[in-house]
Design a protein around this ligand. Structure first.
Ligand code: MN
Length: 197
C-alpha cells in the first residue's frame, strides 16, 4: 500500500494582512500569522516525521496526540480556525437558527458578547475562548488553557478568540479586555452561522 506523508501547509487568508485594521493591525498579523502560526506548522511537520502521525490529517492529530505534537498541531488548528473566522467586512450579528439559539441560551446577543469576553479576559495565562455547540446543538462558552481545543471533549467549535499575549501585545500591550472586544468586531457571523448548521 502506498503511504503518503502529509506536509501541513499555511492556510490562505481570504483577506490581506492589513485588512483587519484598526482592530487588528497589519504588524500583528505579520507576526501572528506570518511567524507564530508558521512556526507551529513548521514544528509540527518536523515532529511528526517517522511517527504514526505523519500521515494523519491535522484534526485527527489534534484528537489523538499528546505533548509537543499535540501542542503544535492544536495551535495550528486553532489559528487556522481563528483566522478563518475573521473578515474585513464581517456580518456583525447572527440571524436565523444561530441567532435564535443564542437568544435562547444567553438571553441576547449582547449577553453572549459580555459573557464570552469576560471568560476570555479571566483566563489565567495563555489560552483561547470558544463558542461551541454540543451534539444536541446546545451552545456554550468554553475557556481553554494553552493549546487545548474543545473538540477533544466532544464539542464542535463555532468561533474562537486568541487570548495568548502574542495575539494582542503589539496593538494593546497588556489591555487584554480591549483587545478581545476589538477582535470581536472582526468576527464574521456569516461564517459562524455556516458552522452551526
Ligand atoms: Mn495566537
Amino acid at each position: 500500500m502506498q503511504s503518503t506523508i502529509i506536509t501541513h501547509q499555511m492556510p490562505t487568508l481570504h483577506y490581506g494582512l492589513g485588512d483587519l485594521a484598526p482592530q487588528i493591525s497589519e504588524e500583528t498579523m505579520r507576526y501572528h500569522y506570518g511567524k507564530h502560526l508558521a512556526t507551529y506548522i513548521d514544528n509540527l511537520n518536523a515532529l511528526i516525521l517517522g511517527t504514526k502521525f505523519e500521515m494523519m490529517p491535522l484534526e485527527e492529530i489534534v484528537r489523538r496526540a499528546e505533548g509537543a505534537i499535540f501542542n503544535n498541531a492544536a495551535q495550528a488548528w486553532n489559528h487556522i480556525f481563528y483566522f478563518a473566522t475573521l473578515a474585513p467586512n464581517p456580518k456583525s450579528t447572527p440571524t436565523g437558527v444561530l441567532g435564535g439559539a443564542i437568544n435562547r441560551e444567553f438571553g441576547s446577543f449582547e449577553s453572549l458578547r459580555t459573557l464570552l469576553l469576560q471568560a476570555g479576559t479571566a483566563i489565567f495565562g495563555s489560552g483561547w475562548v470558544w463558542l461551541c455547540k454540543d451534539k444536541h446543538s446546545r451552545l456554550s462558552i468554553v475557556p481553554t488553557q494553552g493549546a487545548d481545543n474543545p473538540m477533544c471533549d466532544g464539542l464542535t467549535p463555532l468561533l474562537t478568540l486568541d487570548v495568548w499575549e502574542h495575539a494582542y501585545y503589539i496593538d494593546f500591550r497588556n489591555r487584554r479586555a480591549e483587545a478581545l472586544a476589538a477582535a470581536w468586531e472582526r468576527i464574521d457571523w456569516r461564517i459562524v452561522e455556516e458552522r452551526f448548521r
